[in-house]
Design a protein around this ligand. Structure first.
Ligand code: KG4
Ligand code: ZN
Length: 348
């Protein structure tokens, strides 16, 4: 089976082709960093226009690289939410048009499901597993029990962790996108210099909170301004250490709850843009080992937004007999644990 995937939910215009034997035949990502950089963050209107300008060309190049005609595809998948609605609409309309013209199934993919299933594309991982999903808009712990079967064990009560990275980068004057900039600065820094708060550490349950940490970074910056390079690096490292400690603490609890349900403590999977952070990956790998399991993480390029994960999630649903109607709406919000199992959905 061949599925074309389209991703336009944020500031990446992406198209990819994957096969049912887990090969990635093409995987193109055009980033809009330069268009948004002057504003220090993603501007929805600019993103939507840029997707419209680039998507046709990106899809054409992906198909050429895969060496396929549209007629040879088994399905066309697009991110239908959650995300910036203007961009999501561009991707959904394009996928629907291709599906309609070539009489192929259309698959409306939840962006979070794309992140959640990536390790099944890259590693062929079997269900169930515990997923820590950490991106610019999301921070949740999910028990992944099947395609369309996601149970939420915890989530952020305020900001997403990627948002905290981006905000910290802005406060430190490190530029955009923030996550990689904070990680690079932290490499030269002393993580013990600033005792930043660890929100929710040791609390019951598996929820997260990052707004207090963000505020603490803001106050520290205000007190020390102007910042020299050493202070910037130390603050980045101290912030990253606080995030890692909180994520490890919350994930440990989730692993224990997962073990109580499934009889095994994992495997633990980390996905989403923040999963590209190497300090975090090694902290989570250590945690997994101490809990008697292992960490499975996608390669860095498949952690941040891409269309291979969307094509793959579409393919997983397609081979279970699912497809979506051409009037399926673009959804700005779409919680992952609200997804019906495909067998049930197909019957509805
Ligand atoms: O999954 P993603 O590409 O888009 C969303 O679905 O949100 O995640 C983007 C987020 C941004 O907040 C970005 O700063 C963060 O992931 N990120 C990182 C790193 N690379 C990207 N955060 C920490 N360390 C990184 N190396
Ligand atoms: Zn994402």
């Amino acid at each position: 089976m061949y599925v074309l995937g389209i991703e336009t939910s944020c500031d990446e215009t992406a198209a990819a082709v994957v096969t049912s034997d887990r090969a990635i035949r093409a995987n193109l990502v055009v980033s809009q960093f330069d268009a948004h950089r002057p504003f220090g963050g993603v501007v929805p209107e600019i993103a939507a226009r840029s997707h419209l300008d680039h998507l046709d060309g990106v899809v054409e190049r992906a198909m050429a690289e895969a060496g396929l005609d549209f007629a040879e595809l088994d399905g066309i998948a697009a991110t239908a939410g959650p995300g910036l609605i203007g961009g999501v609409m561009v991707g959904v309309m394009t996928a629907k048009a291709i599906a309609a013209v070539h009489a192929k199934p259309f698959l409306a993919v939840n962006h979070l499901e794309g992140h959640a299933l990536t390790v099944r594309l890259t590693e062929g991982l079997a269900f169930p597993y515990l997923l820590l999903l950490v991106s610019g808009g999301h921070c949740q712990l999910l028990s992944v029990e099947g395609v369309g079967a996601y149970r939420r064990l915890g989530g952020t009560i305020d900001d997403a962790v990627g948002e905290a990275f981006d905000k910290t980068a802005k406060l430190l004057g490190l530029g955009f996108p923030g996550g990689p900039a904070v990680e690079a600065a932290a490499k030269q820094g002393n993580p013990a210099r600033f005792a930043l708060p660890r929100p929710m550490l040791g609390r019951q349950g598996c929820d997260f909170s990052f707004s207090g940490l963000k505020t603490a970074v803001r106050h520290t910056v205000r007190d020390l301004e102007p910042l020299d390079a050493t202070t910037r690096a130390d603050l980045a490292a101290s912030f990253q250490a606080a995030v890692a400690e909180v994520l490890v603490d919350r994930t440990r609890r989730a692993l224990q709850r997962f073990a109580a349900t499934h009889g095994v403590p994992g495997p633990l999977v980390v996905a989403g843009g923040v999963a590209a952070n190497l300090t975090l990956r090694s902290a989570l790998a250590e945690l997994a080992e101490s809990e008697g399991t292992r960490l499975v993480a996608p390669p860095l390029a498949l952690c941040t937004d891409n269309a291979a994960m969307i094509a793959w999630a579409g393919l997983e649903r397609l081979r279970l007999g699912a497809a979506d109607p051409l009037d399926f709406p673009a959804r700005p919000r779409w919680p992952l644990d609200s997804l019906a199992r495909p067998d049930k959905e197909a019957a509805e």
